[in-house]
Design a protein around this ligand. Structure first.
Ligand SMILES: [Zn+2]
Length: 316
């Protein structure tokens, strides 16, 4: 059987442990298996234990296909992992942890943890600065943490400045990719720093008339659309990002009813992955791309739940 093209084919294909191993090994080591510790290609496969052994004598010379990936240290089978990736990479409105739990026969807590690891794999590698026509727009994501206990919720709302909303900045290269990030505020300092680190000098930047954007014209061709007057004047608009915000909010409200502000950036990564890989690419390709990004990324339970503080730096 050739590689799967639909969710149903994926479920059947990955029900074979051998297929899981072959598929993942081929994605991970397209030029042949190498030792994750010393990069040697002198490795021997032990079929009984489904592990390789490096011919050099060093610690960790035995390794599985999972070592150094989001699957490392997980007791969940690759059959479930790969199907979960298929679902999350391809369902344009996202998939709730309850749905994954029911579909795969794992607990909701396990599903939730799996999905956050998958979101880490979906995180876009830094692609340098954007040029050409770039829309920049800020938005607020509200309705977060609505399942939280009242006392905890009040503390959180009080602690974040009295609003149950989180500010997000979107940067969209027209006909290209979107980047989104959670930002502490929408001041001039914050917005200008974000634009400078994501957009190449000399690019055309399109924003609304929010005063914090004033001054961008020293480095960019700054086009302003005043939404009090019109939504678009010829090519001056931020409609690409407006569409993106409505997609994102539909996913968060419709599918993920209890996102904590603390985890919001992961949901942003997930939505951006699907959006950025929506054109000229099928479910199978999107899945392949997601799987190719599982290597070199780790997310432990402690990191995920904030017991360590380096949440944003988990991409190696
Ligand atoms: Zn080695």
């Amino acid at each position: 059987m050739s590689e799967p093209n639909t969710l149903q084919e994926a479920v059947i294909y990955f029900s074979s442990p051998q297929n899981c191993l072959d598929y993942l090994a081929a994605k991970r080591w397209p030029n042949g298996v190498v030792c994750p510790t010393c990069s040697s290609n002198k490795v021997k496969f032990n079929a009984g234990h489904r592990v390789w052994q490096c011919s050099s004598h060093h610690p960790k010379r035995q390794f599985s296909v999972r070592v150094g990936t989001i699957f490392e240290d997980s007791a969940i089978g690759l059959d479930k992992w790969l199907v979960a990736i298929w679902m999350l990479a391809n369902d344009k409105n996202g998939v709730s942890s309850y749905e994954i739990a029911r579909s795969l026969g794992v607990t909701q807590k396990t599903a939730w943890f799996m999905m956050h690891r998958i979101r880490l794999a979906l995180q876009d590698a830094d692609g340098g600065k954007l040029g050409g026509e770039v829309e920049v727009d800020e938005s607020y994501i509200g309705g977060l943490s609505r399942n939280m206990h009242v006392s905890k919720r009040q503390k959180k709302i009080f602690g974040t400045g009295g609003r149950d909303k989180v500010a997000v900045l979107g940067i969209l290269k027209r006909q290209g990719k979107v980047r989104t990030s959670v930002i502490p505020d929408v001041t001039r300092n914050t917005l200008h720093a974000q634009v400078r680190s994501n957009v190449a000098p000399g690019a055309q930047v399109f924003t609304d008339a929010w005063t914090a954007y004033t001054g961008l014209d020293t480095e960019y061709i700054h086009n302003v659309i005043d939404h009090a007057k019109a939504y678009a004047v010829e090519n001056v608009h931020t409609n690409g990002l407006e569409n993106y915000w409505s997609l994102l909010k539909r996913t968060i409200k419709g599918t993920y009813v209890s996102v904590e502000p603390f985890h919001l950036f992961r949901y942003l990564d997930e939505q951006a992955f699907r959006f950025n890989n929506r054109l000229d690419i099928g479910d199978c390709d999107r899945f392949n791309l997601a799987v190719s990004q599982v290597v070199g990324r780790r997310l432990t339970w402690n990191k995920l739940t904030g017991k360590t503080s380096d949440l944003q730096s988990t991409v190696n």
